[in-house]
Design a protein around this ligand. Sequence first.
Ligand code: PLP
Length: 470
Amino acid sequence: MDELLNDAARRAQTYLDGLEDRAVAPSGEALAALSELAGPWVDQGFDQSVDQGADAASILAKLDRLGGPATMASAGPRYFGFVTGGSLPIALAANWLASAWDQNAFSTVSSPLAASLEIACLGWLREIFGLPETAGGAFVTGATMANFTGLAAARHAVLAKVGWDVEQDGLFGAPPITILVGDEGHAALLKAVRMLGLGEARVQRLAVDDQGAIRADALPAISGPTILCLQAGNVNSGAFDPADQLIPAAQAQGAWVHVDGAFGIWAKAAPKRAALAAGYELADSLAVDGHKWLNVPYDSGIALVRDPSALRAAMSITAAYLPLGEVREPYDFTPECSRRMRGADMWAALAFLGQGGLADLVERCCRHAAMMAKGLEASGYDVLNQVELNQVLVSFGDDATTERVIAGVQADGTAWCGGTRWNVAGQGRGHGRAARAAMRISFSSHATKDADVVKSLEAILRVAGANSTG
Ligand SMILES: Cc1ncc(COP(=O)(O)O)c(C=O)c1O
């Protein structure tokens, strides 16, 4: 055991040390070699009998030899794809320890430690996002499941209000629920809507402005069971829906307001950015990712719900209708029963960063986005969004040119940026406006330093220059 774990730690250290200098994307050769991992089980070449002492060291060596080079260097400083946080060293270390402990976070009996860490993290998260001390929460895999969890609580609450017990009677014959989502709502939120049987086609889309934020005047008159879904941080532009106006207006008319705050809601932790997220503390439910801007390892998300009894009614496997007890049983709040102990890495990250460190992490990423946008604009390229948060959208000309530049940057290997499509006319996805190809550059990692932004900008300009001159 000793040797094996030390060997794994050494290999991990060597891998992390190499991230600075390797190409961000894996090479074609490295990907082709992965076929060796997929050979028939019996041909893996190791003694598979535990009794006879399977050759664990060789297996680990093979995994490392083939796996390491085939990874995307998203733990490194110049990966800007999707919205991908790195892992703080402390969070990675805590994650290792937690894996060794192999706790089942299901209940206070299966792991009193996991249950305590969740309570500690919940307290800190409520403080960061401005939620009341009584708000409940669930530790899940990511924002998709956090959206699912928050919306399940919403579904329970809006139907209970009109006398329908959705957990017992299902949705067959239930009073219809109006779901309101901005035209730029994230696909993961709509997936959650589908998984809950609420029906994507029944969703009413709300018009957005040219940054993808719901227009303050787009809220229709609300009657009957209604869930308004807002977004704190558009995955492309980083834009925030105007929560300070929409939440009170919707709640006054009896709606439940759910917020998909996957990454953007962390703006609340940074004093200079907090105004962007004003009003979101009024949300009834909030979906947040840990593995994005908090920089804990995959996978980690949290659903926070103002009224814990709604969450518990939606998720409990037992006694959902008993009053909430003194003891918080984790299984009362999550979709899953058995789970890994996500509270350990989250507790360690939050404890390590503290208020100042978290503010600095968020602020630094926003500053890097501004640096990148300024450099691109200075070279004559079109930055398509107002860069107020951590996301930059840039076009290099017509769609074909932009796509060539994205592919070129990925092949160059200095940095990795993905592609997206962005509507610039400001009339919303449902209203037929044309979308334009864009490179999306997301700054979400503690590992990125100013020099990485400079080096990546140089690489992007080099590739773009080569493409525009043919
Ligand atoms: C706004 C928003 N919601 C939801 C998601 C899905 O998050 P996850 O992949 O962690 O489930 C993302 C991912 O980028 C996002 O940006």
